[in-house]
Design a protein around this ligand. Sequence first.
Ligand code: A3P
Length: 282
Amino acid sequence: MLFHSLLSFRRDFKAHDTDIVLASVPKSGTTWMKALVFSIVSRNHFPIDHSPLLVNSPHDLVLSFECDYYLKPGYIPKLENLPQPRVFATHLPHHALASSLIDSKCKFVYTRRNPLDQFISQWHFLLKNRLWPGAKMSSLDEAFNMFCDGVLGFGPFCDHLLGYWNASLENPDRVLFLKYEDVKRDPYSEIKKIAEFVGLPFSEEEEKAGLVGEIAKFCSFDKLKNLEINKTGIHYGPIKNDSFYRKGDVGEWVNHLTPEMADRMRKLLEAELTGSGLILDI
Ligand code: A3P
């Protein structure tokens, strides 16, 4: 995001109390969360077998502040007429958000992921995609050092996490902290949790009709990955839709990182998070 665009976002964006913002470090499951939250909020408009997700990437249904709306310097997007509730996404750290978001009563859904898996996912993504002309991905070792130095993709990782974590402690009804691994293990409960948090709980009839399970299945890795729209098409210039679906596994880092690297990351994170009450359990 260019400096001018960030300024414009911070100055011009007007939050609504009903807005929902999906926040995450890249490669923490943003695409998945976009599909899930879109399905939850639009369930009265589209039965799942007619979901717009069948023909649109989740990234085209839930747009991001920095990658979409405020990407072009000088362009002020018209957001007042978006369907309600408006759903946005961001990788920006909490301290970089527009003050109108902080001052409103909007809700944040923050997804975090085991940083070892998140790092590996990011490394693969950067290897495959040139985010700007001439961009060159470093070796795994170099990228790992960049992560540890806090200069890889919206880092430092802990600052990002702690910004939203502290906000969730101050205002638990405004920031929901989710774990990629929990959504993977028990999508049913997590989908219900999200729906309740954003003020759109599933009714007894919806639950009996199996709607929660349908959303979980429809947004599963295998289903989304294999939709034609997610195999083809281009998202954000050079990035292909299929780049957002690699393995979708938990604990896959063991195939790439040495025990020493994992240990270095653990120690680093432990030192940064001590006293915060946030335990990463990695
Ligand atoms: P891997 O690279 O480990 O496979 P983001 O959407 O934030 O860019 O994160 C991408 C990561 O989420 C990738 O992880 C991708 O495979 C995984 N992912 C995408 N869709 C998913 C889904 N429906 N369920 C689980 N994981 C998913």
